[in-house]
Design a protein around this ligand. Structure first.
Ligand code: F3S
Length: 777
């Protein structure tokens, strides 16, 4: 029946780079169904992912007719359709891409300048200042865009995820983004995954990208949101149920009749914050709301293609009877607004209990500021609902009690709400409208009302997605409570944690009582979107211009071209132990963030943060290592010295080394400073993969007790590495000879998990070198 037909619908050429390759995907899905057997039902997430497999036979070899045999177990090799990068992470992604020597990217890609823009005095002043401070970085990104044909969205154009939703996300698309809230695009039915720069380079170069076949968490929505409840409350409530780790290894897939009642942008909010429960990504089945959004964002021909592929092939929803690994049901009709925080996004309190909980927990009872917008919540619907609250207050003669900031997600949103008078309402009621950028959401909030160093706690209400300490204003004592824009907006008129706008009234100056009515808003602007200022828009189909020079000054302290790492010389590795680390060693210990982030594009400068948080097992000191003659150094300083002496080194450590994040500098910096082996009791998986990608050999002790037998200065020499590599793998062990300072020797057994591809990375010196070699062939 369905299987043998081909998809033939075509879109006008100017839309083709923004339409998923449906014909190919349907054909691929056909092969997948043949391999799995036609009785196998697939979830939506699996349909999208598996139709992007580069070689279904290979990835599904161990399925034996059932997806449950591979979920959480096998690795998928995928061909994403698109890549999006934000300004902070794009630097290292592009520096790595450049070393491959390709003339253009293998898939369409975009760069978005949003993270480096400060919020303080309002859009115009802030933007001018931020462009001046970051000029060098923006110029670099722009020249990369021109050279390789990557769309460049400059500072002020908007936040990456909002622009992706407005322009690039489409049901059935698979994309990678170098930002953890990339899953926002799932609101428009895509599978969109947040990754590090080296992973983005896989997609940019057309190299298969690996992902462990996810487990699927089904969230069934019933009922309909009403009153004060909004899409944000779906995800803040879910985060409370699942905790920050509950989604790890899962894709969250929404279904049920409640989905039909949501707006596209509301679904995006829900997917956005799926990152807060650790999910790989989240997605929604195709809806009428998606069609409306695609048409309103000037993509009618794409909407038609989507409609077609879904009608003919049922591609954009789960198969009837598809099985989820876990199902959670949420009744939208009964959902109460939640407020999540402080300091963790999964501490969820229903608004009706907030005041009491705050008293019990000793949280501040006054709220000091309200902020709405960001990539999470800056849709037309969000803004118009907020304005409906402000207008009620204005009519009642109320004035905001606390500072109030609005961050539009894009120039299109900003211009449209300006045309429709929303900006005027905001500004006439004391709000500061910030630039279309991340601003206060990522610590770029030059806050004036509370001092950064203040030791007193203060509470803010935001419609953002993250609330780790110091994330917004650099102050560790600011408690960020995450909630819907509606709750934030109502709160600015009360400033009191005990205020529940659903049930409580505000006492006016004349002593009378005022009670808000539930907010109302428009899903989409009734007169359509307008683009706004032309200067914020890139060329729509940029072609690569090989003649463009990417200028990186050798004087720069923020950018540095990458030198390819040396390939393996074919010999056994002989390395000295530079440091034996004690206890927990996360990516924060290995590659500290904070002020170091300024150097993300300058590998040498940022590498002076390497392992500065690590504890020396032998001395108990932090950031201290000892040279062979006993001289004391800071850890990165000794690494640099040994690099200059051409003395390769190994770091020895304990369990779950590299836990925390995918931060690629945690692998790049040790490699840059001459590290060749990391030998530990166990690794966090993503960090282990990152080390392999950068050409470092990650080994674990077969017998943990051997950790105690090794001291800094010992010489560790592999005995059968060359043989393992020549055979592209072995039984998973490498014998290592330990030579103590007194010359005595003994052997220990270590384990490796190098796959064939990863052995190629090691031989070439890094994954990027390997890819580059392939492209040059
Ligand atoms: Fe930017 Fe905050 Fe989103 S930093 S991308 S607005 S999570």
């Amino acid at each position: 029946g369905l299987a043998s037909r081909a998809y033939t619908h075509e879109v006008p050429s100017e839309y083709s780079s923004r339409t998923p390759p449906y014909a190919k995907l349907i054909q691929n899905l056909d092969s997948v169904r043949k391999i799995l057997g036609n009785q196998q039902k697939l979830t939506l997430a699996e349909k999208i992912l598996y139709s992007h497999l580069c070689n279904p036979e290979e990835s599904l070899a161990n399925a034996n007719g059932s997806v449950s045999n591979i979920r959480g177990l096998e690795y998928l090799k995928l061909n994403p359709d698109r890549v999006a990068m934000q300004d902070a992470s794009a630097q290292m992604a592009l520096l790595q891409f450049m070393t491959c020597g390709m003339a253009s990217t293998a898939v369409p890609a975009s760069i978005h300048c949003d993270h480096l823009i400060v919020g303080k005095d309002g859009a115009d002043k802030d933007l001018t200042k931020s462009i001046a401070t970051n000029k060098e970085v923006f110029d670099f990104l722009q020249s990369c865009g021109e050279k390789y044909g990557i769309q460049f969205w400059g500072p002020g154009s908007g936040i990456i995820h909002q622009i992706v939703l407005e322009n690039f996300s489409v049901p059935g698309l698979m994309m990678l983004g170098t930002d953890s809230h990339t899953p926002n695009a799932g609101g428009l039915g895509a599978i969109a995954i947040g990754v590090g720069g080296a992973d983005a380079v896989d997609a940019l170069t057309g190299t298969p990208w690996e992902l462990k076949a996810p487990k699927i968490l089904g969230v069934k929505l019933t009922g309909k949101l009403n009153g004060w409840s909004s899409p944000k409350d779906v995800i803040t409530h879910l985060a409370g149920l699942l905790t920050v780790r509950g989604g790890t290894g899962y894709i969250v897939e929404y279904f049920g009749e409640g989905v039909e009642t949501l707006s596209c942008t509301g679904m995006a909010t829900i997917c956005n914050m799926g990152a807060e429960i650790g999910a790989t990504t989240s997605t929604f089945p195709y809806q009428e709301a998606h069609k409306r959004y695609l048409i309103q964002t000037n993509r009618a021909p794409i909407a038609e293609a989507v409609e077609n592929v879904n009608k003919e092939f049922g591609f954009l929803k789960a198969d009837e009877g598809a099985e989820y690994d876990q199902v959670i049901e949420i009744n939208l009709s009964q959902l109460e607004p939640s407020v999540n925080g402080p300091f963790t996004p999964d501490l969820s309190t229903p608004i009706s209990k907030l005041g009491k909980t705050a008293e019990e927990q000793g949280w501040p009872l006054n709220v000091s500021a309200g902020l709405i917008g960001s990539c999470t919540n800056s849709s037309y619907q969000d803004m118009s609902r907020a304005v409906s609250i402000i207008k009620q207050a204005e009519e009642a003669g109320l004035k905001p009690k606390i500072p109030f900031f609005v961050t539009p997600g894009s120039e299109q949103i900003r211009a449209t709400i300006e045309r429709d008078g929303l900006i005027d309402t905001f500004e006439n009621n004391g709000a500061i409208v910030l630039a279309n950028a991340c601003g206060p959401c990522i610590g770029q909030w030059d806050r004036t009302d509370v001092d950064k160093k203040s030791t007193e706690t203060n509470a803010i209400f935001t419609s953002f997605n993250r609330n780790f300490r110091a994330r917004n204003d650099g102050n560790r004592n600011t408690m960020n409570f995450l909630t819907s824009p509606d709750m934030v907006t109502a709160m600015i008129y009360s400033g009191d944690m005990n205020f529940n706008p659903i049930t409580d009234s505000i006492v006016k100056e004349d002593g009378s009582l005022f009670k808000f009515q539930p907010p109302v808003g428009d899903e989409l602007p009734s007169s359509g979107f307008i683009k706004g200022r032309e200067e914020f828009y890139p060329e729509s189909n940029p072609q690569p211009k090989p003649e463009v020079e990417v200028n990186v000054s050798s004087e720069s302290d923020r950018l540095q071209l990458l030198e390819p790492f040396q390939p393996w010389n074919g010999e056994e590795l002989s390395t000295n132990v530079l440091l034996k680390v004690e206890g927990k060693c996360t990516t924060d210990h290995i590659s500290a963030a904070g002020t170091w982030l300024k150097y993300k594009g300058h590998l040498e400068n940022i590498s002076y943060n390497t392992l500065i948080g690590a504890v020396n097992k032998e001395t108990g000191e932090v950031n201290k290592a000892y040279d062979l003659n006993g001289d004391q150094y800071g850890i990165p300083e000794l690494m640099m010295k040994w690099k200059e002496e051409q003395r390769p080194w190994v770091v020895v450590a304990e369990h779950n080394y590299g836990e925390g994040s995918a931060r690629e500098h945690a692998a790049l910096s040790p490699r840059f400073l001459g590290g060749s082996v990391i030998l530990v009791k166990s690794f966090a998986r993503i960090h282990e993969t990152n080390l392999k990608k950068q050409g470092i050999l990650p080994l674990t002790f077969a017998d943990e007790a051997d950790y105690d037998k090794i001291l800094s200065g010992d010489l560790l020499t592999t005995k059968n590495l060359a043989e393992m590599i020549a055979n592209y793998g072995n039984d998973g062990t490498i014998t290592v000879q330990v030579t103590k300072k007194d010359g005595s020797t003994f052997d220990i057994i270590t384990k490796h998990t190098m796959s064939k591809d990863q052995i190629e990375f090691f031989k070439a010196g890094s994954a990027i070198n390997y890819i580059g070699n392939l492209k040059k062939q």
